[in-house]
Design a protein around this ligand. Sequence first.
Ligand code: ADE
Length: 232
Amino acid sequence: MTINVLTLFPEMFGALRCSVIGKAIEKGIVSLNVVNIRDYSHDKHLKCDDYPYGGGVGMVMTPQPIFDAVRAVDPEHLCRRIYLSPKGERLTVAKARALSSQENLLFWCGHYEGVDQRAIDLCADEELSIGDYVLTGGELAAMVSIDALLRFVPGVLGSEFSAEDESFSAPSLEYPQYTRPRVFEGLEVPEVLVSGHHENVEKWRRAQSEKLTRKLRPDLLKRENTETEEKA
Ligand code: ADE
């Protein structure tokens, strides 16, 4: 899988070269190509923003460097081109899983007060949001999306783990986990987990998941019921 990222702040994406995603890149499961939009500016000072037509506060990213960068990275439009924006479709576990099956992705990030609408019209197959709040740029949203989708790519989590086991893949939250020591600051690991009785451990975990979901995220259960009804 190839993931291209177009941004004015390529250094931010160093964060993806750490830990699990960093290992996936090292192993060649995913190729991460981070491109500086500024390199494509035709302006003699490499400017990529300007004042908004009609007035208003802040600067707007100009369409030319974005358009040229997208065309240079994806000349044949083989990539699904995604613009990170609070106006976009919400990133969910289903969306992350769907994106993980694409062979070529291109995320591009706006910054400042916005992006010239023509860049979006010409360079985005879709807009994607990570939540109902406004970030100072699309970079963190791109990183969140890339991390979430790569967990569904075989080999990224290692053979013993599966994204399917964890919170939000099923419509329930993950059960509490414990490791050594058996007593920490007076708090004990639940007895069932040290019993060696696998069936009881499984039962306990399922019950904990259900209880937590009912208490903390009852909307997930409702959503699942609605989706099941819709499918039926
Ligand atoms: N850019 C700014 N805010 C954003 C958000 N919530 N999601 C995606 N991209 C963004």
